[in-house]
Design a protein around this ligand. Structure first.
Ligand code: RFL
Ligand code: PHB
Length: 399
């Protein structure tokens, strides 16, 4: 016998999307149950994104979960694009009427949201297994799962699939209605976290004949660095010395530039892909975040897009629960996809401009990339376009 529990919204996945949705709904007095297949410890230690758009930070601050990001987040007003041994600053804030990005680790945001959730006293279940969605075409959908060895049935009015790229929600949409768009790139990133003060005050995106490199940070004591690699490489092919050697070469400047080295405390390889599943809703199931779309990380957009999805979804659900209106909810997928494709384009553009393509035998692509980069650093219009995308395009809400 399964234990039955009733709620207004069943949320699958306690990543940024699921937790933020739960939090926004709670603020409007809407009940939810959040289920997560990993442990609390695992989700709060998973090293991923680090760049928050202005709109993401504004939402956190406006809704009461922004105290720590306001205190500890590092505000950046520009980024550097480095190629052919020269650095070029893109003045993000000057070009966007004062908007900026904030450096704050995704796992910090997840920690803040978990604490906010636990304070509400509403359910957040870790380490559940066998999650399964049923009845999305009916009035009363449900999520089945196993928790502490016991079967549970979560009966909800709506289900939010916030379970990331490898989750089960997307596959719960009828196969005949689903359409998937996908590109895999012929490269990946080796990412490291190093215990050393950042070598630069701002992020550096470097284009180099040996491949792309990115200098980022987490705190004044912790650097985050990435190097382009083959997507089939394994992490043992990248001993620490090789990573530092590649980073030194790719960031090198003729006048000298010092990359500080420190102990590597985390290291992993990420493949790069663009992916969109349409539609993002069917019946009583709504997808948000990586469950519906993946962008290559070069534009620093994935987490921000996940937050933007649930901001819209929360407002649409509030409209439905408070006022009985379904118009906003009905238009969720259409509105989100319009925005998602803009962000896909920006992420694709940054990725294809900045990475070396292994199949570029005659160097045609390389010449195009250099042409694009020179245009970018010489044109205020092009820089404004990069800047407004990077700090986050302003969207109108569901209303
Ligand atoms: P998440 O974070 O993957 O959360 C989904 C949650 O669902 C759980 N789950 C399940 N739970 C229950 N039952 C199941 N069957 C389940 N299956 C899965 C998972 O355990 C997980 O906890 O998705 P969400 O919430 O949509 O958030 C998306 C972001 O995590 C992602 O887009 C970003 O990390 C992408 N990203 C970046 N985004 C940015 O905005 N700025 C960046 O600077 C940035 N850098 C990055 C990145 C992603 C990276 N990697 C590792 C892919 C850098 C890297 C290296
Ligand atoms: C990061 O700090 O992890 C980071 C920064 C910028 C990106 C991707 C990742 O484009």
């Amino acid at each position: 016998m399964a234990r039955a529990i009733r709620t207004q919204v069943a949320i699958v996945g306690a990543g940024p999307a699921g937790l933020m949705l739960a939090y926004l709904l709670h603020r409007e007095n809407i009940d939810s149950v959040v289920i997560e297949n990993r442990s609390r410890d695992y989700v709060t230690h998973r090293v991923r994104a680090g760049v928050l758009e202005q709109g993401t930070v504004d939402l956190m601050a406006a809704t009461g979960v922004g105290d720590r990001v306001k205190r500890e987040g590092l505000i950046h007003h520009g980024i550097e694009i480095r190629f052919e041994g020269e650095g070029h600053r893109i003045a993000l804030s000057d070009l966007t009427g004062g908007r900026a990005i904030t450096i704050y680790g995704q796992q910090e945001l997840v920690k803040d949201l978990i604490e906010a959730r636990l304070e509400t006293g509403r359910p957040l279940w870790f380490e559940v297994s066998e999650a399964h969605i049923e009845g999305i075409d009916a009035q009363a959908p449900l999520v089945r799962c196993v928790k502490d060895g016991e079967r549970h049935e979560i009966h909800a009015e709506f289900i939010a699939g916030c379970d990331g790229f490898h989750g089960i929600s997307r596959e719960s949409l009828p196969a005949g209605l689903r359409r998937v768009y996908e590109r895999e790139y012929p490269f990946g990133w080796v990412g490291i976290l190093a215990e050393v003060a950042p070598s630069s005050d701002e992020l550096i995106y470097a284009y180099h004949d040996r491949g792309f490199a990115l200098h980022s940070l987490r705190t004044p004591e912790l650097s985050r660095l990435y190097v382009q690699c083959d997507p089939h490489d394994t992490i043992d092919q990248w001993p620490d010395a090789r990573i530092w050697d590649e980073l030194h070469q790719r960031f090198a400047m003729p006048g000298g530039w010092v990359l500080r080295e420190g102990p590597i405390v985390e290291k992993s390889i990420t493949p790069m892909r663009s992916f969109v599943a349409e539609p993002m809703q069917h019946g009583r199931l709504f997808l948000a975040g990586d469950a519906a779309h993946i962008v290559p990380p070069t534009g620093a957009k994935g987490l921000n897009l996940a937050i933007a999805d649930v901001r819209d979804l929360a407002a649409s659900l509030v409209d439905r629960f408070r006022h009985g209106r379904s118009t906003a909810l009905d238009g969720y997928s259409r509105r989100r996809l319009q925005h998602v494709w803009k962000v896909q384009h920006f992420s694709y553009w940054m990725t294809t401009m900045l990475h070396r393509f292994p199949e570029d035998r005659d160097g045609f692509q390389r010449q195009l990339q250099l042409g694009q980069l020179r245009y970018l650093v010489g044109s205020r219009a092009a820089q404004t376009s990069l800047a407004e995308n990077y700090v986050g395009l302003i969207e109108s809400g569901p209303a």
